[in-house]
Every structure is written in C-alpha cells, then in structure tokens.
Write a protein that binds this ligand. Structure first.
Ligand SMILES: *Cc1c(COP(=O)(O)O)cnc(C)c1O
Length: 391
C-alpha cells in the first residue's frame, strides 16, 4: 500500500499508553494458564443493582424514549439530580439552567477545555491524575501545567507556587477529591483557600466528584459549592458510575451557574446528542436510592481495604489506609525498582495485576495503585502469592 495514513499532531502528542505492556503481559499469563488476579482497572466488580436494571427495562419499552435526547436532556433526570444535590450537600441548583446531563463525567471533563481553552492557554493539572484532564487540554490546543501531589502535603496541589507567567495563561484548574489514584480527601480549608485564589486569578475550578459517595469515615466528602462564593468560578462533575456500579451505562452530570454550563453544552451539541433517554429515566431511580445502596458497597470496599492494607504492611509496603475511593495507593517497599518494572515483575512472578503510579504522571513513580474491585478470597490469595514471591 502506498498510502501511509498520518495521525493528527494532537494524537501523536499523547503520551505513550503505559498500560499496554502490562496488558500484554497479562494476556500472556492467562494463555499460560495462570489464574490472574486483577487489581488494575477501577471498575466495580459488582453488577448494577436490580432496581436500576428494572427501571431500564421499563424505560426501554417506552417509544417516547427512543428519539434524540433534547439538548439539555430529560427534565425529570435534571430534577432528580437537583434533589440529589439538595439531599446530599444541601445545595440548590436550577434544573433548567444549572444542571447538564453527561455521557459519563469523563465526557464532560474531556470536553470542558474545548469550551474555554485557546491554543497557547494553560490548564493546571494535578500529577498524578485521572488522564482526561491532560488529554482534553491537549485536544483543545492547550498545555497542562502539572502540580505535583506530595504525600507529605496530603496529596493536595500547591497551586500557590505556580509561576506568574503560567497563571496569566491559566484558564482552568482541575481538582479531584476524593482523589484517583491517591485515595486522598480534601479538607474544607483547602476548598476555602482555593475558591478565594481562583476568584482573584479568574481561573475556572473544575471539580471532579466521581468518588463523592465512596468513603469510609464519618466525614463526608465535600462539594466545592458548599464553600461560599464558589458558584462564581466552579463547575462540578458528578458520576453515577462508581456510586451505583454503572460504569458501562455512561451517565453523569455537571452542575454550575448557567454561564459556566452553557459553553460546555455548546461543545456537546456540536459533537454528541446527549444521553439515551431511557438511561436518563433509569438513572432517576439510581439517584433516588443511591444513598442506601452506596452505604452497603462502602462496607464491602472497607473490608477489602482493611484486608489488603494489613497484608501489604506485612510485606513492608509503607501503606496507609485510604479514607475514600476504592484505591489503595502506596509507595513501594525499600529496594523495589521503579513502579513500571515492579508491576511487570509482580505480574510475572505472581499473576497479580496492579497499576504503576507513573501511569498517572511522573510524580506517581515509586507508587503503585491497587483497585479494591476484587473479592476478599482473591485478595487473600494475592497476599499469599506475594509473600511467597517477596518474603
Ligand atoms: C471513573 C472516574 C471518572 C468518570 O467516570 P464516568 O464513568 O465517565 O462518569 C471521573 N473522574 C475520575 C477521577 C474517575 O476515576
């Protein structure tokens, strides 16, 4: 063939996909007959609750739901999302103007820079982080400026040390607490300072709240809108994926004042046509019943966490229990190689898949992430395999 198709520069500029090699090694192990234990992906192992499935079956049979969803999506879904925010955070949003359904929150997060970033602009992005903050910025022609998250600072970014010349070009700062991959939560004081700072520098805060319902202590994760003044500068992203075991359904929503929501809607109406209405209708039931459901799943994740953390301690990982999310993020034990080599070695020796911290950004090197989406018997088996290999 004479035609060698050339990818766009924006695709070529994406960092190499670090998980490919691990994926390959995983497949090789499976082919060899190894029973692989996969702590890799952050995708709940449990199925979507029956009551949501039942609502979907009903919604799908209604022909009214078979058409293009209207631009802002289903009014009843937006109202249910508003009631959810009121119950959970005591916050009031206008369902007609301040709530926007998304095809999963990833979609909204990745599209957000297209609404605000011009070529040459900058977004402030935590390192390590959920990858779409960086790729979405790059697709819009912007440049992510990385703010290292250090364990000794509670994995909170030091945005005050961002240089003036970068700040002048900064349009958006991404924050994500409870945090993937570190499992950290942010205190109220962090949000209070952040809101004041963002208002004074005229920078939009994009708050990713995908894990707002996955927490283990008495203190609930905050919405940034619980901070007075936040509405001026913030847009917040919610997801049903982790809360209700609905990762495959692709549904979430953004909240914020109309001036911050509408440009994202403008992007979306030129690219997609919204969330399947039957999914929005089924999600109303999910939103109505999510609190009781997530209480149960949190008890399950907590048991898994305690089991895994105890085992990792015996293996000399300097691990601390995560207060929220279903991720155990830990520095490697002394003498371990870099995080990618360690993950490869672990897979070859034990058939266990985990994610190298460097896959989320350079500052994640030296760390690894275990997703607690694995049942207890397999966690026990994984610990015993690791003890045999490393002790
Ligand atoms: C899983 C995840 C999301 C998004 O999930 P959706 O399924 O797209 O709603 C967003 N942010 C973080 C940090 C996540 O881990």
């Amino acid at each position: 063939m004479n035609f060698a198709p050339q990818e766009s520069d924006r695709l070529k500029a994406l960092p190499p996909y670090l998980f490919v090699e691990i994926d390959r090694a995983k497949r090789r192990a499976i082919e060899k007959g190894v029973k692989v234990i996969d702590f890799g992906v952050g995708d709940p192992d449990q199925s979507t609750p029956k009551f949501i499935q039942a609502a979907m079956v009903k919604a799908i049979k209604d022909a009214q739901n078979h058409h293009y969803p209207l631009d802002r999506g289903n009014q009843a879904f937006r109202e249910a999302a508003g009631i959810w925010c009121k119950k959970r955070f005591g916050l009031t949003f206008d369902p007609s103007a301040e709530i926007l359904p998304l095809i999963g929150s990833k979609e909204g997060i990745a599209h957000l820079p297209l609404a605000w970033v011009n070529p040459g602009d900058v977004t402030l992005v935590p390192d390590p982080c959920y990858p779409p903050y960086k790729s979405g910025t790059g697709f819009a022609g912007g440049t992510p400026y990385l703010m290292p998250l250090k364990e000794e600072s509670g994995f909170l970014p030091d945005y005050e040390s961002v240089p003036q010349d970068v700040l002048k070009k900064a349009k958006i700062i991404f924050v994500n607490y409870p945090n993937n991959p570190t499992g950290a939560m942010a205190p109220r004081s962090f949000y209070e300072k952040l809101v004041r700072w963002a208002i004074s520098h005229k920078i939009i805060i994009a708050s990713d709240l995908a894990y707002s319902e996955v927490f283990f202590g008495k203190e609930k994760p905050l919405s940034i809108f619980e901070i007075p003044g936040a509405k001026e500068v913030a847009i917040e992203f919610h997801s049903l994926s982790k809360t209700c075991n609905m990762t495959g359904w692709r549904v979430g929503f953004a909240v914020g004042r109309a001036e911050l929501i509408n440009p994202l809607l403008k992007v979306k109406s030129n690219i997609d046509s919204g969330v399947f209405t039957a999914i929005q209708k089924a999600s109303i039931e999910a939103l109505k019943n999510s609190f009781g459901f997530s209480k149960k799943t949190n008890m399950m994740y907590r048991r898994r966490r305690d089991l895994l953390v105890a085992g990792l301690k015996e293996l000399d990982f300097p691990v601390k229990p995560n207060p929220a999310t279903f991720y155990v993020f830990t520095r490697l034990f002394k003498g371990a190689p870099d995080s990618t080599s360690f993950c490869k070695e672990l897979l070859e020796k034990t058939g266990i898949v985990i994610t190298p911290g460097v896959g989320f950004g350079a500052a994640g090197d030296g760390y690894v992430r275990f997703a607690l989406t694995v049942p207890e018997p397999e966690i026990r088996e994984a610990i015993s395999r690791m003890k045999k290999a490393f002790k």
